[in-house]
Write a protein that binds this ligand. Structure first.
Ligand SMILES: N[C@@H](CCC[C@H](N)C(=O)O)C(=O)O
Length: 260
């Protein structure tokens, strides 16, 4: 079988994109998806995303981690999928699409960056040394000293596989504050089982967690990730975080055909 694909990246979080509007892709073939994402035997990516038809919205997003398993929402992947949908002329500047965590609205801004509305957050677990919340995917957020030299892969795996999160696990974000409305983070991603250069749901979780902890009063937060810069904005309504938007670049890298 020959598969036409496009490769995109959003602040270094990279994805294989496949147009599956004619439903040709073997969606349960975990080994194939894992191989397509493999950096030595395949195309190489943190995840694979299918763009599919949806009766009610512009398209459906189906997301797989690089381990080949379908997973929860991917913020950077969602932004990249919007750029892919625009390249395919499925949308123009605005999109409504459905993903595993519900309906999303996105806009392609004048500078080409993509702003993606994320799910509202109404539950935040605050503990002495970490915060846990779900921004479409589960995120453990913890502040550390010396983020630059932090052992994200090993410390992240320790928390991801700990009894705290059981079999489903969690993504893990390590954070340091740069200024009132500016943070840096590094993320260990479950399903990749390594640090990635960026995680959109992780950046969103970090911005909300820092606000919930009182580290910032800002509702528009700038985040430095290993692969670039993201912005997160939100409205606080009582205990809920609503109108949550993740903004940043989503870039076409290359396209091709792979024989499997
Ligand atoms: N890279 C993603 C998060 C993808 C999902 C995550 N690995 C999980 O399985 O929870 C992002 O940009 O949000």
């Amino acid at each position: 079988m020959k598969i036409h694909f496009a490769k995109y990246q959003g602040t270094g979080n990279d994805f294989v994109m496949i147009d599956n509007r004619n439903d040709f892709f073997p969606k349960n073939d975990t080994l194939l998806i894992k191989k397509l994402c493999d950096r030595r035997f395949g195309i190489g990516a943190d995840g694979l995303i299918l763009l599919e038809n949806d009766a009610e919205t512009d398209f459906r997003m189906v997301y797989y981690n690089s381990d080949g398993n379908e997973s929860s929402m991917c913020g950077n992947g969602g932004r990249c999928l919007v750029a892919f949908a625009k390249k395919l002329h499925v949308i123009q500047q605005e999109a409504d699409f459905i993903a595993t965590d519900g309906l999303h609205h996105a806009s392609v801004l004048e500078d080409g960056t993509i702003s993606l509305q994320m799910k509202e957050v109404d539950f935040i677990k605050k503990e002495a040394d970490y915060v846990f919340l779900n921004t479409g995917s589960p995120h453990h957020v913890t502040m550390v000293n010396d983020l630059k030299n932090y052992d994200v892969k090993n410390k992240g795996a320790e928390i991801r596989y700990s009894d705290l999160y059981g079999k489903p696990g969690s993504n893990v974000n390590f954070v340091s504050q740069i200024a009132d409305n500016h943070f840096a983070l590094r993320t260990y991603e479950r399903g990749v089982e390594d640090e990635t250069l960026s995680c959109g749901t992780g950046a969103t979780a970090t911005a909300i967690a820092m606000h919930a902890l009182g580290k910032t009063q800002a509702h528009h937060i700038f985040l430095d990730v290993e692969g670039g810069k993201l912005e997160v904005s939100f409205v606080k309504e009582g205990d809920r975080y609503t109108h949550v938007f993740l903004k940043g670049p989503a870039t076409f890298v290359f396209e091709g055909e792979i024989t499997c």
